[in-house]
Design a protein around this ligand. Structure first.
Ligand SMILES: *Cc1c(COP(=O)(O)O)cnc(C)c1O
Length: 462
């Protein structure tokens, strides 16, 4: 399997190079040149596998330049850090299936991909004798998942910028209590946007980037999408076992379109997904895209589901490439237009084509809390606010003819304030958070200034 850029200037590169490149050098996103087509017999065989074996089989369709034993070993180590023996268990509640993706070390679904990506980076860097300095900005979840993905790894340092005192207390502690020598937490005196701007500017300084071998862990890396495809197959197999149903709906709380795009690929591979339900919060650019063909940037509205407070969904470009029939020139022109105007519009026939695959709904703060409350009353099960948007959209949009699987993207204990507002008590805290407040911390408070941060990087980079 070889990889190509959506914008057409990077072609025919192997998996390993695609992982190290992250963003394609022509500014596009990397995709496999072809999508493997599975038969019903292949699906039956996959449905019998435990999660790590399934991950190995699914990833092997897309990776041909890593020896099987090494890939297997990396996958096993990645999912050994999960606290549930099924890795991503499926539970049945209130007529829905909940796919719990939050049993990794930082209690959000991003662990599923970043535990694997950390091991993959380390493996590739040891092989090449190179090193990497990861730089990223976070509003909460990505930072801790990335830090846990690479803590203590050889040949990698990681620098994560978070806005000082503007992430939730649990999120802050999950980052700052990691004291491995290769982890650098920088609390910037500014906002998440300031952090992102500094990161962008630093990556834009190509000499600096090359000199310090800067690497990224954001959701544009193909290996992250790949790791997420696996649990769509897993959940489908579990639900088919329980219900006998072959076709299912998935409902996905969406921000950057990364997680739901993995579902789209699974569907293209032949997994019988009737429709993918796309749930947004009040930041509804993607639900407007699906329902009205209107992809236009608005202000970012802060909500109870902060990891979905996103306007520019970086992974949408991958889907648009397919919507434009893999015409990279047309895609590149559209992305240029979007960069210039902040807007793309789609024709009625395109809206119909999108609607063949996706249904979408925006769920506001009040509806999010009401969903957490009603679900808790009916079942005793506590949803996190991100998951609640998906549950609400799934219930509203999916027809009753086949099972609905809602992706639970975070553990409710990560967002105790919103949960408490909804049900009048704090969610139960899992053991991994025990004593979090008392642990040793390591964090540098620093001005939100690109030059200061570059100087810090230069001093501490590998
Ligand atoms: C990142 C995140 C999302 C959004 O995922 P995308 O891949 O950006 O669409 C949803 N929920 C939680 C808890 C997250 O951390």
């Amino acid at each position: 399997m070889k990889y190509q850029s959506t914008r057409g200037q990077v072609r025919h590169i192997p998996f390993k190079q695609a992982v190290m490149m992250g963003l394609a050098e022509d500014g596009g996103l990397l995709l496999p040149e072809t999508i493997p087509q599975l038969t019903p017999g292949d699906l039956d065989a996959l449905a019998k596998l435990a999660y790590p074996e399934l991950a190995f089989q699914v990833m092997s369709y897309f990776i041909e330049d890593i020896p099987s034993a090494d890939l297997k070993n990396m996958i096993d180590r990645s999912y050994a850090s999960f606290t549930h023996r099924d890795i991503t268990p499926v539970v049945h509640q209130d007529g829905l299936f909940i796919l719990e993706l939050f049993h990794g070390p930082t209690l959000a679904f991003k662990d599923v991909a970043l535990q694997f990506l950390g091991n993959l980076f380390e493996y590739l860097l040891i092989e090449s004798g190179e090193h990497m300095n990861i730089l990223g900005a976070t509003s909460g979840d990505t930072g801790s998942a990335a830090i846990y993905g690479v803590r203590g790894k050889k040949n990698i340092n990681i620098f994560i910028l978070h806005p000082h005192k503007k992430v939730s207390p649990v999120q802050e502690l999950q980052m700052t209590t990691v004291t491995d020598a290769n982890v650098f937490n920088l609390a910037i005196k500014g906002t998440f946007d300031d952090g992102q701007k500094i990161v962008k500017e630093t990556f834009g300084d190509l000499d600096f980037k090359r000199q310090h071998a800067l690497g990224a862990v954001n959701s544009i890396n193909w290996a992250r999408v790949l790791a997420q495809i696996v649990y769509y197959f897993y959940a489908w197999g579990q639900v088919r076992k329980q219900t006998g149903a072959n076709k299912v709906y998935f409902s996905v709380p969406t921000g950057n379109f990364g997680d739901i795009f993995a579902g789209y690929i699974a569907r293209r591979m032949g997994l019988p997904i009737e429709k993918l339900v796309l749930a947004t919060n009040a930041n509804n650019i993607l639900s407007r895209f699906v329902n009205a063909g209107d992809y236009s940037i608005d202000e970012v509205h802060p909500t109870f589901s902060p990891s979905m407070d996103i306007q520019n969904a970086s992974n949408l470009e991958r889907y648009l490439f397919y919507l434009f029939n893999e015409d990279s020139a047309r895609l590149a022109a559209a992305m240029q237009q979007f960069a210039a105007t902040g807007q793309l519009t789609f024709t009625d026939s395109q809206i119909a084509e999108i609607g063949e695959i996706f249904l979408a709904s925006a769920v506001d703060n009040d509806q999010t809390l009401a969903t957490i409350r009603e679900f808790h009353t009916a079942t005793g099960y506590v949803l996190d606010p991100h998951t609640a948007t998906g549950v609400k959209a799934g219930k509203d949009l999916a027809g009753g003819e086949c099972p609905i699987i809602c992706l639970a993207t975070a553990h409710p204990a990560k967002f105790p304030d919103a949960v408490n507002q909804a049900i009048g008590k704090d969610p139960e805290r899992p053991a991994s958070l025990d004593g979090l407040e008392e642990r040793e911390k390591r964090c540098e408070i620093i001005e939100a200034n690109a030059e200061k941060i570059k100087a810090y990087l230069a001093e501490n980079a590998l």
